[in-house]
Design a protein around this ligand. Structure first.
Ligand code: AG3
Length: 276
């Protein structure tokens, strides 16, 4: 039998990541991107956007727990949460585990990603059924411009910062995010691999530092992404972020108070990353 592989098209990575493919379940093109769902032994179904793997059934929980629970537990009372991107529903599912959350707005420009997730990834898309959820298919960059003092936590769960997602990592965008957050609000965004995309990590961290008083970086190992330590850039108006501010009173597979603390890099290594 011939081995078939899907080779990832990440223009910034110095290596090519490939996944064995047992079946192509879906191939389509939306107004914004190519969408593909493959079945891969070991990983299960994998969602691929513009040739880059976004999440796989087996390990998506790691990414989604860390992008959601670190900012939500750093915040003492996250009632209003905005997710930009995240059309698969994985981050939303984690956010909704917090009983403090009264309203979760998900703004994903691409309706088709949500539809594909509902069809192929029911364990993530289940989140869309929750009555606290508002889904908008709009441009997230434009959406935040309309709000002031509105959200406790803003999560940017976007594709890589190439093409239409690039604007979500600019200083101009972070100024709007700052304004859309309440006085003690917290922002988080996925910022690629510390080993393979260090320039992107540095650029985003520098832009955030121009806007927010507290900026930090934490990591998680996501087996489905090429690059070992995957980074999340976090920025806060007031609350410290390295410790949870509340009891971890929800069901998770990996995230815990200890994992929260350990996800942050030692100061000396962090400074080294920042200075290049
Ligand atoms: N969004 C970020 C995926 C980044 C993958 N990048 C890469 N493999 N080069 C994931 C969306 C999950 N909700």
């Amino acid at each position: 039998m011939m081995d078939v592989f899907f080779i990832e098209r990440d223009p910034y990575a110095p290596i090519r990541h490939c996944y064995p493919v047992s079946k192509i379940l879906y191939e389509g093109k939306s107004e914004y991107q190519e969408i593909m769902v493959i079945e891969s032994p070991h990983f299960g179904k994998v969602l691929v956007l513009d040739g880059v793997a976004q999440c796989d059934e087996r390990f998506e929980f790691i990414y989604h727990e860390f992008i959601s629970h670190v900012p939500l537990f750093a915040h003492p009372n996250p009632e209003d949460v905005l997710i930009i991107g995240g059309g698969d529903g994985g981050a939303l599912r984690e956010v909704l585990k917090h009983k403090e959350v009264k309203r979760a707005v998900l703004v994903d420009i691409d309706k088709q990603v949500i539809e594909v997730s509902k069809k192929f990834f029911p364990t993530m898309a289940v989140a869309f059924e929750d009555p606290r959820v508002i889904v908008l298919n709009e441009d997230g960059y434009k959406y935040v411009q309309d709000y002031e003092q509105e959200f406790d936590v803003i999560i940017v769960d976007s594709t890589d910062p190439v093409g239409f997602a690039h604007v979500l990592t600019t200083e101009e965008f972070f100024k709007y995010v700052y304004r859309a957050l309440k006085d003690d609000g917290i922002y988080v965004g996925q910022t690629e691999s510390i080993h393979y995309h260090a320039d992107i990590v540095r650029r985003v961290q520098k832009s955030l530092r121009k806007v927010f008083p507290i900026v930090d970086l934490y990591t998680a190992v996501i087996p489905g992404y090429a690059g070992y330590w995957w980074t999340f850039s976090i920025a806060s108006k007031k609350h410290p972020v390295r410790e949870p501010s509340r009891d971890v009173n929800i069901q998770t597979k990996l995230y815990s108070a200890d994992m929260h603390r350990h996800a942050f890099l030692p100061e000396s290594f962090y400074q080294k990353i920042l200075s290049g």
